[in-house]
Ligand binder design. Structure first.
Ligand code: COA
Length: 415
């Protein structure tokens, strides 16, 4: 069966997490992704957080599936010529170097356009144009400057970053969408274009609801679904909302049986209005279904703390999975707090290919997250990440270099 991006060639000049997330997705959709790495060293993550001596780290292997690796010294004049040949042969160049690095290497937008006017040049940067555009940025910096940290955590504690890599992987996802959109536009214009996904912008896009709340706060001075209401105070900016639900369906994390010794024996419980009567019945507070203090969403808002305490008295008598099963029978939205151990062992995630076991010649078997986006006509086959420079000779031959030329370039340190 063919793949959605069959025939698309990507010059993958990415490293660390944000860029590799993007190109890995494109590879899973069928693009030929040629990862260009520094000769002799490679992507810095190959050796970061190593758990098996001498083997590429999980950090690297889990972000670089289905790619080919070539090593080129792009600061060496002969290496630059090899990169030029690749630029002429590829459809998209993806990079996430520090601002200006590509220009310093001699590959400005103008130069790339000269070499290949159809080339799409896609970049992740920390910030868009403005006072911080020259800054280097990592995941947690992006979470802080994109509004996530100031709105995450509890009211009485400091800002908190989330485990979801919304700055790196989130921006990689944004960039991938920009690239396929630009490829589509190119089918009509015949021209390439620049695609920029700034990490601050990507995080803010994911924090859209908090900018909504900022404006609600300025208009009304209070947000009734936040835990600060009715007893706490609101300041000038959107406060940290603890575990409150983002929208108009109040929710909270509640203890389940075993919480005293299991840090994840909790469930997320949503008091969705259409099933309020069922909630009352399940937790044994049937009278709340008609009581004026509880029967309507508005009446419940100032009493949410007490309501969740009462629901928790019920959830504490069940394991999180028992509670989930009972609540599901009544269509009450909820979700157990799953540990990474439970996710790794989850059979249904294995069946759908969201969690995949991959074999690697140096490190052996490991688990990875497969393609989270399923296309019915373009199935994903997760293949191990390449060894450093594994495909240098193969790609050089495809570019038209002879055996002797390849050997000479290698002796010159260009590849
Ligand atoms: N051959 C020769 N040199 C190469 C090369 C190759 N194949 N590939 C990269 N390089 C050089 C670059 O030219 C650059 O050199 P320069 O500084 O002399 O211009 C250098 O290697 C790469 O630099 P840089 O991107 O600055 O790496 P860093 O480790 O100092 O910084 C980041 C890492 C992530 C902070 C930075 O790349 C960045 O801010 N990227 C954009 C935002 C981003 O994606 N952040 C998230 C990362 S998950």
């Amino acid at each position: 069966m063919g793949k959605a991006l069959d025939g698309v060639r990507i010059l993958d000049f990415t490293h660390v997490q944000s860029g590799p997330t993007c190109t890995q997705l494109l590879a899973w959709f069928g693009a030929d992704v040629i990862k260009v790495e520094r000769a002799g060293a490679g992507d810095i993550t190959r050796e970061q957080l190593r758990d098996v001596p001498g083997a590429d780290s999980l950090y690297f292997t889990m972000l670089n599936h289905n790619k080919r690796s070539v090593t080129i010294d792009t600061k060496n004049p002969e290496g630059k010529l090899v990169l030029e040949a690749l630029i002429q042969k590829c459809d998209v160049l993806v990079e996430n170097f520090a601002p200006g690095a590509l220009d310093r290497m001699g590959f400005t937008w103008e130069r790339i356009q000269e070499l290949n006017p159809r080339m799409i040049v896609a970049s992740v940067k920390g910030f868009g144009p403005g006072p911080y555009e020259d800054c280097k940025v990592y995941e947690n910096v992006a979470q802080c400057v994109g509004g996530a940290a100031s709105t995450t955590g509890f009211d009485d504690g400091p800002p908190v970053v989330t485990g979801a890599q919304i700055g790196d992987s989130g921006t990689g996802l944004h960039l991938a969408l920009g690239i396929v959109t630009a490829l589509y536009q190119r089918t009509m214009t015949g021209r390439g274009q620049k695609v920029l996904a700034a990490m601050q912008d990507g995080v803010l896009n994911l924090c859209r609801v908090k900018l909504r709340d900022q404006q609600r706060l300025e208009r009304t001075g209070v947000m009734k679904e936040y835990p600060q209401y009715p007893n706490g105070t609101f300041g000038e900016a959107v406060p940290r909302a603890g575990n409150a639900s983002g929208g108009g369906q109040p929710g909270w994390i509640l203890k389940c049986k075993g919480w005293e010794h299991d840090p994840n024996a909790y469930i997320y419980f949503i008091t969705q209005a259409p099933v309020w009567v069922k909630i009352c019945n399940v937790i044994g507070r049937e009278e709340w279904a008609t009581h004026p203090d509880y029967a309507t969403p508005d009446a419940r808002l100032p009493r949410l703390k007490d309501i969740f305490a009462e629901v928790e008295r019920w959830t504490m008598t069940k394991t999180k999975f028992e509670a989930m099963e009972i609540l599901n029978e009544h269509d009450i939205p909820c979700g157990p707090i799953l540990s990474m151990k439970e996710i790794a062992e989850d059979e249904s995630l294995r069946k759908t290919g969201t969690v995949v076991e991959v074999d690697h010649p140096v490190r052996g078997k490991y688990l990875t997250v497969g393609n989270p986006i399923k296309l019915s006509d373009s199935p994903t086959d997760v293949k191990r990440s390449p060894l450093l420079g594994e495909h240098t000779d193969e790609v050089m031959a495809e570019l038209g270099y002879s055996r002797e030329q390849i050997d000479a370039l290698r002796t010159a340190g260009a590849i």
